[in-house]
Design a protein around this ligand. Structure first.
Ligand SMILES: [Ca+2]
Ligand SMILES: [Ca+2]
Length: 380
């Protein structure tokens, strides 16, 4: 009997651990900061088309790989002149986790292989990555280093014999990333606590990250504090979502949503918060076009570290007169407020209540076991 209980207990522990691990993986978000555009970076390149001089500004110069625009390119010099390269020097030593390259879509380039080289506070270039030999033209290539590298310069090295039969190589963007890891889903959800509306304050979102289902303009534009910048989707298909991930768990009392009515007529959307038990719906709107400026106060405080807005229906009434062309959100604000503690029994600390459950379960098991033993003794 004891052995059976012990194996059952072991099985339970094993199962609960598995669930915990799965949750942890699901709820990790990595924000990639492109250090190649940090202030003080300088750029250099082997040449441009028909201009074999290093750092030539003629044609499509190499700094166009560092302008955040995948439609502007660097077009290298003729590979008959030798290997080509483009590089970024950082103003100080930086620790990087990975990189991403974009190749131009045009007919002049078909890179079949490249190397990534770095400098670590010296003039020596060190190979840290060599690509496979590509048999088909690639547009985007992203890679995470096995361990982060501390470097002072980063170079994409393009051997002349890997130009895929073309006379030049052309990249539109080179991004070098530092990863910021966020985990979410650590809040308790509905606190059941009402709050003092007088204490309502806007939550600073400086340290927050954003993610979205589709991005024409970056999702981070929706929390940058400016109504002149926006998150926008590619096209107007629904559903589309935008998520804000907070650096710590907060008590949310509500939100403000400012949509761009020139381009977007939102008819239906819902809002969820991440909790220890998964996503929980906290607000829903459907039927009419939303107000340009939507401010919603929850009935009680929600303890959470992430909130997600999902747009499920759009209409034809955007101001520009051509219907909804994309889903555009200028700003999202989040609010917190002081809880009004209930006058009756104080709220039980969730950790304490967990301990109680474990304690009670333990006591029940011990009691059950001793009763069982006693009965066995009586029967004997
Ligand atoms: Ca570019
Ligand atoms: Ca904005």
């Amino acid at each position: 009997m004891k052995r059976l209980m012990a194996s059952l207990l072991a099985l339970c522990i094993l199962l609960s651990c598995t669930v915990l691990i799965v949750n942890a993986e699901e709820n990790e978000f990595v924000k990639k900061e492109n250090l190649a555009i940090m202030e003080g970076c300088t750029y250099s390149w082997s040449g441009t088309w028909q201009n074999n001089g290093v750092d030539s500004e003629a044609g499509d110069p190499g700094h166009k790989c560092f302008d955040g625009n995948v439609d502007t390119k660097w077009g290298s010099a003729d590979v008959a002149n030798g290997d080509q390269w483009v590089l970024v020097r950082f103003p100080e030593a930086v620790t990087v986790d990975g990189f991403k390259l974009w190749q131009d879509n045009g007919p002049w380039t078909n890179i079949t292989g490249f190397k990534i080289q770095v400098q670590k506070n010296s003039d020596t270039w060190e190979d840290v990555y060599e690509s496979e030999v590509f048999t088909e033209k690639w547009r985007e290539f992203e890679y995470t280093f096995e361990t982060p590298l501390t470097i002072t310069a980063f170079r994409v090295y393009l051997p002349a014999d890997k130009a895929g039969g073309k006379s030049a190589v052309e990249l539109t963007e080179v991004q070098v990333y530092k990863y910021h890891r966020y985990s979410y889903g650590n809040g308790n959800g509905n606190t059941q606590l009402e709050y003092d509306a007088e204490t309502k304050t806007e939550l600073p979102l400086d340290g927050a990250a954003t993610d979205a289902s589709s991005t024409n303009n970056p999702s981070s534009n929706a929390i940058d504090g400016s109504n002149n910048t926006k998150w926008s989707t590619i096209g107007s298909s629904v559903p589309q979502w935008i998520q804000i991930i907070l650096p710590v768990v907060e008590n949310l009392s509500g939100f403000r949503l400012v949509a761009d009515f020139n381009w977007t007529d939102i008819r239906a959307y819902y809002v969820e918060v991440a909790t220890k038990d998964g996503w929980v719906k906290v607000y829903e709107h459907s039927g009419n076009s939303i107000e340009h400026f939507q401010e919603v106060d929850f009935d009680s405080l929600w303890n959470t570290d992430s909130i997600r807005f999902t747009i499920t229906e759009v209409g034809p009434d955007a101001l520009q007169g051509h219907g909804t062309t994309s889903i555009d959100i200028l700003e999202i604000k989040l609010f917190t407020a002081d809880a009004i503690e209930p006058e009756t029994e104080p709220e039980t600390n969730p950790q304490t209540s967990d301990m109680y459950i474990i304690f009670i379960l333990g006591m029940t098991a011990v009691l059950g076991l001793s009763l069982f033993k006693r009965r066995m003794t009586v029967n004997a």
